[in-house]
Design a protein around this ligand. Structure first.
Ligand SMILES: Nc1ncnc2c1ncn2[C@@H]1O[C@H](COP(=O)(O)OP(=O)(O)O)[C@@H](O)[C@H]1O
Ligand SMILES: [Mg+2]
Length: 222
């Protein structure tokens, strides 16, 4: 599903990833941990093809990202959802429109869009707030909205970058429970997180990065 072969990435001489290899199976749910600056965001962005590696290869759904033309990148991204650390909601658009935008950009007709958006909003418990503006939502609701936006297109892969960094323990657990539901529906999930609590709560495979290298790769101990 996701295969990373000896990937390195440097920013102006600063090493973000150093010879990283990693395999994530279809339907798996893994955590990416490591302190700030370890390379977690860089790795997610490479999988999303928002960046390209200096060295190494990345294969997602049997497609080698190095061989995908720039013009085909939007098609690749349709198979992936991304939850950003800093939400990136459209503040002047409604809850409904913030989710619908994912489908609009891929050219889905309005008639097909509505039921899909409402399904995604229902999953995250925001269907009653479809007409609200993001600024009127709590932090937990805003992150649930980001989740709805990321999964409305039924992605094969969901990438989440510290999705609970702005949330307390209870709201974080809600988000992780939702990520679990998404995973049970067949989506491969990769979550970068600082939260040791969440890692032990879900007990999934944990890949730990340190200074851009994989330091540990195994199932979390309780
Ligand atoms: N766009 C960028 N420009 C310059 N340096 C960057 C950029 N993105 C990441 N880095 C550097 O790469 C390293 C890894 O960063 P990052 O992937 O954001 O780590 P993490 O998400 O684990 O905190 C850090 O040293 C960071 O400063
Ligand atoms: Mg980061």
């Amino acid at each position: 599903m996701i295969e990373i072969f000896h990937v390195s990435k440097t920013y102006n001489g600063r090493v973000a990833l150093d010879d990283v290899s990693l395999k994530v199976d279809k339907g798996e749910f893994i955590f990416l941990t490591g302190r700030s600056g370890a390379g977690k965001t860089t790795l997610l962005r490479l999988i999303f093809r928002a960046e390209v590696p200096d060295e190494g290869q990345i294969v997602v759904n049997d497609r080698n990202l190095a061989h995908i033309a720039e013009s085909r990148v939007p098609y690749l991204r349709r198979t992936m959802g991304f939850i950003f650390q800093d939400f990136r909601l459209l503040q002047k658009k409604t809850v409904f429109d913030n989710v619908a935008i994912t489908l609009k950009v891929v050219g889905m007709p309005e008639g097909l869009m509505r039921p899909k958006v409402m399904n995604a909003l229902r999953l995250v418990g925001l269907d009653q707030r479809q007409g609200a503006l993001p600024s009127t939502l709590s932090a937990g609701e805003q992150q649930r909205l980001c989740l709805a936006r990321a999964i409305v297109n039924d992605p094969q892969v969901l990438l989440a970058d510290e999705p609970t960094s702005n949330l307390d323990a209870q709201l974080s657990a809600e988000i992780f429970d939702l990520l679990k539901v998404v995973n049970l529906r067949g989506t491969t999930v990769v979550v970068a997180t600082h939260s040791a609590d969440m890692v032990s709560y879900l007990r999934r495979r944990v890949v730990t990065l340190e200074d851009g290298r994989v330091m540990a790769n195994g199932t979390a101990e309780a």
